[in-house]
Design a protein around this ligand. Structure first.
Ligand code: CO
Length: 292
């Protein structure tokens, strides 16, 4: 069983055109293979107030956008466009390069309303950083979900309670949105070699401590509270399952993926392995050869 080894609290930052996000990451730190977890909102926009992220490039990783409330519209340099509605997932592999805009849908922009969602950056291994860009979009009505014994889950990537995602990931990623009713329990199986974490955005959950405490106390988070609350990211120890109990209604993401063990060179929207590759990305962007 996995235990909580560290709790990281969110801080509020402004992104893109000025929208507020809760971010449980520090930019100088990577929780491999995740580079960023941004909770966009929840924010209540008045008519004409909603803001997004105007045209910008990406190279070397994937961006996952998951919308809970609101309506967004995206466009890219390859001529793709589409919209995201509540429950929809867009898994964008930037690979060698994409330039895109992520804006509130014009109707939402006019009417205003509640905007809430996530953008998560997933790193790519060196040998796939320059792969051709691709999109995978799963709308809410066809996304795999399951509900049993007070636990509801949408499986964005990986598997939960016997339900599998239809998203094809480059490296094995688990990304699950879970809602738990008061007094419910979830046992999530995970490959023991994957890093894992839980980001809570409503309520709080308890993670009963694993049984390996006596042999490796430091690896099992001795002295760390085994509870993750709203706005906290709990980093978990090794183990092949996570036991999650909730005494109140709680809502959270389970994230897992492999340790990439590769150097990271990062600048703004580019995440590569070396400084030279970052310089190349800037060069290609300015030259117009990124994103075509
Ligand atoms: Co973007």
């Amino acid at each position: 069983m996995r235990s909580v080894t560290e709790i990281i609290s969110t801080h509020i930052v402004r992104e893109g055109g000025g929208f507020k996000v809760r971010r449980p990451f520090r930019m100088n730190r990577v929780l491999s293979p995740f580079l960023l977890i941004d909770e966009m909102g929840p924010v209540e926009y008045g008519p004409g107030e909603a803001v997004g992220a105007p045209w910008h490039p990406h190279r070397g990783f994937e961006t996952v956008t998951y919308l809970l409330n609101g309506r967004m519209r995206h466009e890219d340099s390859a001529g793709n466009s589409g919209e995201l509605n509540p429950g929809d997932v867009q898994w964008m592999t930037a690979g060698r390069g994409i330039i895109h805009s992520e804006e509130p849908h014009e109707q939402f922009q006019k009417s205003g309303g509640k905007m809430h969602g996530f953008q998560i950056w997933v790193n790519l291994p060196a040998k796939h950083k320059m792969m051709p860009p691709r999109y995978q979009e799963i709308s809410a009505d066809v996304s795999p979900t399951i509900e049993e014994k007070g636990v509801w889950a949408r499986v964005i990537a990986g598997e939960c309670l016997g339900v599998s995602s239809s998203i094809d990931t480059v490296i094995p990623i688990t990304l699950i949105h879970v809602k738990m009713q008061e007094g419910s329990e979830l046992i999530q199986k995970l490959d023991s070699n994957l890093n894992s974490m839980i980001y809570v955005f409503s309520g709080n959950v308890a993670i009963p401590r694993g049984t390996g405490v006596k042999t490796h106390p430091q690896a099992f988070g001795l002295g760390v509270k085994q509870q993750i609350s709203d706005g906290e990211l709990g980093i978990l120890s090794e183990g092949d399952s996570i036991v999650i109990k909730s005494n109140v209604f709680s809502e959270f993401l389970i994230l897992a993926g492999p340790e990439l063990n590769e150097p990271i060179a990062r600048y703004g929207p580019f995440v590569m392995n070396t400084r030279e590759e970052i310089q190349q990305a800037f060069f290609d962007y300015q030259n117009g050869t990124l994103g075509n």
